[in-house]
Design a protein around this ligand. Structure first.
Ligand code: URA
Length: 452
């Protein structure tokens, strides 16, 4: 293949043929195209874009660069959710067992944290004994047996994306809608799904900060997913404020269990979470988990309307079955349930916990997800470089959310840190993450749009 003429074509804004795209993906994955030439093509794509047909060809070629999961025929639809990432976004954890209990098969292939945003695999690594790296055969076996799995991509799945993403990361070509679309969907298509719901976030802590950009990405992914035979929908959700009341790997696992255990929006009396947080406890998180499940129920025709689907999902969550399924999924992936429950019973597993208190009474009008994410990363809860080791026990919890009333000296959040000096520095920075106003701020919606 004359790769140079292909770079020149794209540089001039011409359209590449599907076979040209298939060839360069195959050859780059095999190592016969040098990084400097591929980097030049990626930059040309960044500026010139790709047509829908080109993006489809790129996505399918990337999907086919490695193993695609193969499942036996079964009446349970194969479904998954993908989030573009945020702070406190632990939706996948309660959602996977909920979907398994709703009669789906859930091959949830997840990722690690990117930038300040958390990653599902990092959260799961905080569970004693839990294995996130499984061979393809075991992924399929567990999905068939338990209904769901949450694990990482195997080395043999979508190797083209691994190589291309690493090069994009090093060449300033990540924020390109066709390249993001191909990267995300090639991985989801390798799961062989029937339906997919995409949670595309916008706001200060999101990958796409501007809502119109998030909408463009969502539309591109929905069109391509459907074109490739997967019933795909997207919801646009607000990521200016963290999701739920906890951010930080283990604290998010703990909050996910609270969602699975809460028979209503308020944790039941006698539960280990009772009295821990005020009445709005878990509302946004629980609500988003139910929304994702409801869309998938409608997409797969297991429910006629979104309202009926939401009720079906809420009834299932309230039944306690997803909480028991969660334990089964943990055991199937090697977790030590005894050690997990012991850890869960502790209020904190970090050496130091310090409260940030409100300096005046009023209504919370800002709880800045970006700043909170940066503080958690700097405390050791995220990565500054790819090689950084994560401290799973640190983070923030008991976050006061916009619209809530706080009294003077009431809790705005708690910081879980490794020592007092770190905690003190974090508290000083977190003071600017919150604003308190005399008047209650107007209500904002978490899900602002659905793209079908
Ligand atoms: N996440 C991905 O997997 N790929 C991208 O290109 C961006 C975010």
């Amino acid at each position: 293949m004359n790769f140079l003429s292909l770079i020149e074509s794209k540089r001039e804004g011409k359209t590449l043929a599907p076979n040209q795209i298939e060839n360069f993906v195959r050859e780059f994955t095999a190592g016969t195209i040098p990084d400097y030439q591929m980097a030049a093509l990626l930059m040309a794509i960044y500026f010139r874009g790709l047509t829908t047909a080109e993006t489809t060809a790129l996505t399918l070629a990337m999907r086919d660069s490695g193993d695609v999961l193969k499942f036996p025929r079964d009446k349970r639809p194969l479904v998954d959710k993908h989030s573009t990432g945020g702070i406190g976004d632990k939706v996948s954890l309660p959602l996977a067992p909920l979907l398994a209990c709703l009669g789906f098969r859930v091959p949830m292939i997840s990722g690690r944290g990117l930038g300040i945003t958390g990653g599902t695999l990092d959260k799961l690594d905080s569970i004693p004994g839990f294995k996130t790296l499984l061979p393809a055969g075991k992924i399929v076996e567990q999905v068939q047996k338990t209904g769901g799995v949450i694990c990482g991509q195997t080395d043999r799945m979508v190797p083209a994306d691994k190589k291309i993403y690493a090069l994009r990361d090093a060449t300033g070509t990540v924020p390109s809608i066709p390249l993001i679309t191909a990267s995300i969907l090639s991985k989801k298509l390798a799961e062989n799904l029937d339906a997919l719901v995409l949670d595309v976030k916008f706001g200060c802590a999101a990958f796409m900060q501007i809502r119109t950009d998030a909408r463009k990405l969502a539309k591109a992914m929905v069109a391509l997913g459907n074109e490739c035979g997967v019933n795909t929908r997207a919801i646009l959700t607000d990521m200016n404020t963290p999701l739920g009341r906890a951010a930080g790997n283990w604290l998010e696992v703990r909050e996910s269990v609270a969602v699975l255990e809460g028979s209503a929006a308020v944790p039941a009396a006698g539960s280990k979470f009772a009295g821990e947080t005020p009445a709005l406890h878990l509302n946004d998180l629980r609500s988003l988990v139910l929304d994702c499940a409801a869309h998938l129920l409608v997409q797969t025709r297991k429910a006629k309307t979104l309202a009926a689907a939401r009720k079906q999902a809420a009834d299932c969550l309230n039944s306690g079955a997803p909480r028991r399924k969660w334990d089964k999924m943990l055991v199937a992936q090697g977790a030590d349930l005894g050690a997990f429950n012991k850890k869960l019973a502790q209020d904190s597993t970090a050496p130091v916990v310090v409260e940030l208190k409100a300096e005046k009474p009023g209504f919370v009008s800002k709880c800045d997800a970006r700043l909170i994410g940066e503080v958690i990363r700097d405390l050791g809860g995220g990565r500054l470089t790819k090689e950084s080791a994560i401290n799973y026990d640190i983070g923030v919890d008991r976050l006061a959310k916009p619209g809530e009333r706080v009294e003077k000296s009431g809790t705005l959040c708690r910081v879980h840190a490794t020592d007092s000096a770190q905690a003190k520095a974090a508290i000083t920075r977190l003071k600017t993450a919150f604003e308190i106003s005399a008047r209650r701020p107007g209500k904002t919606s978490l899900v602002v749009e659905v793209i079908e």
